[in-house]
Ligand binder design. Sequence first.
Ligand code: NI
Length: 179
Amino acid sequence: MAIRKVAVMGNPVLRQIAKSVPEKEITKPEIQNLIQDMVQTMFEYDGRGLAAPQIHESLQIVVMIWDFDPQVKPYIKVLINPEITHLTEETSTCWEGCLSLPGLRGKVDRPNKILVEALDAHGKKLKFEAQGFAATVIQHECDHLIGKLYIDRITDLSQFGFNRECSQFLVQGEAVDPE
Ligand code: NI
């Protein structure tokens, strides 16, 4: 296991379409080690989610801290080759941050309810719905797999800035994604 360097905005790896992971490769050491590195790197940088391109691996893998369900102890959710379907036109708004845009955040609207289909770290099929903040985090991370960053989703660039200013002036009473 290793802490990996995080690619920041400007690095072309963040703008590529990531390759899907062949199902039979998922349980092999190469992918399992990569997932471990992603988790370790996410914790090291105090992130709540990380996509493989952010550590210079253009593969469709996302890890995130799943603490959205009060009945279940927080755990690490791994999504491989995820597909997202929007289930509503309603949006929720969040001040998003990203380890690839350190020190910055911006206000993004995203569909409030989604269907997620993916494989987990064992290659098992997952299919579930997510709403609100959980839906935001999933969409943010999965955007990394199609070469998108949250700034591409900001409709009003006056709502984009440095953390230390935003926390004073902009985010009072609004949803904030810690990273
Ligand atoms: Ni991000």
